[in-house]
Design a binder for this molecule. Structure first.
Ligand SMILES: C[S@@+](CC[C@H](N)C(=O)[O-])C[C@H]1O[C@@H](n2cnc3c(N)ncnc32)[C@H](O)[C@@H]1O
Length: 204
């Protein structure tokens, strides 16, 4: 499993997350970000081309050295400063209320402890600042949700801990955030993987 998780899974993730059909979702998610932001699950840097010019610096949190290596060419091409600040979103090396924004895309599905990650994001955001999120998750249709439950253990093994059955809105809403759902529907692709939510969660 070591070689697969370290070398193969990040490359599969880079391909899957780099699909052109996701670009409009990323554009919508990154709209309005500005200043110094933290990105949890930076991966291979697919959000970088979509950051508004107003984003000054990205504090990147990413456990995979391979993903960060793949990200290098996107980082080198970008005008946004990228500073790697650690591996785990559950424990951020940032001061309280030090960020103007936060973003996670297709990451709350994969982290070991999504509640702890959202708690850390809340801690480092300034009051009134927002977490911008784009996540796939549990579908509203019972038949799709049943397939997601069945496939979940396989998905976890093949996609390095990714779950099909999480509900990002519920996880984020359990913290002291005002959550606004901007778009929530099936994207292109097989339904168990493609029930997407774009939203903003503003720190109260
Ligand atoms: C499906 S990929 C998404 C990558 C990127 N956000 C994107 O949209 O292309 C999920 C990412 O979350 C990272 N990840 C997994 N556990 C994490 C954790 N505890 N803290 C931060 N990132 C984590 C993985 O290494 C992977 O790069």
């Amino acid at each position: 499993m070591g070689f697969y998780v370290d070398q193969i899974a990040p490359r599969i993730m880079d391909r899957a997350c780099g699909s052109r059909s996701i670009e409009s979702w990323r554009r919508r998610t990154t709209e309005g970000l500005q200043g110094d932001i933290v990105e949890i699950g930076f991966g291979s840097g697919h959000n970088l081309p979509f950051y508004p010019l107003e984003v000054h610096q990205v504090f990147a949190v990413e456990p995979s050295a391979t993903a960060l290596r793949i990200a290098e060419r996107r980082v080198n091409r970008s005008t946004t400063i990228v500073t790697s600040i650690g591996r785990r979103g559950e424990s951020l090396a940032l001061n309280d209320e030090s960020c103007d924004g936060a973003i996670c895309t297709f990451t709350l599905c994969s982290v070991a402890d999504p509640g702890a990650v959202v708690g850390e994001i809340h801690r480092v955001l300034r009051r009134g600042a927002s977490l911008h999120f784009l996540e796939h998750g549990i579908a509203p249709d019972a038949s799709v949700a049943r397939w997601q439950q069945r496939l979940d253990p396989w998905q976890g093994r093949l996609a390095d801990g990714c779950h099909l059955t999480r509900d990002a809105v519920a996880v984020i809403g359990a913290r002291d955030f005002e959550v606004e759902v901007l778009d929530r529907r099936y994207a292109n692709g097989p339904k168990p993987w493609s029930y997407f939510t774009v939203g903003r969660a503003t720190k109260r």
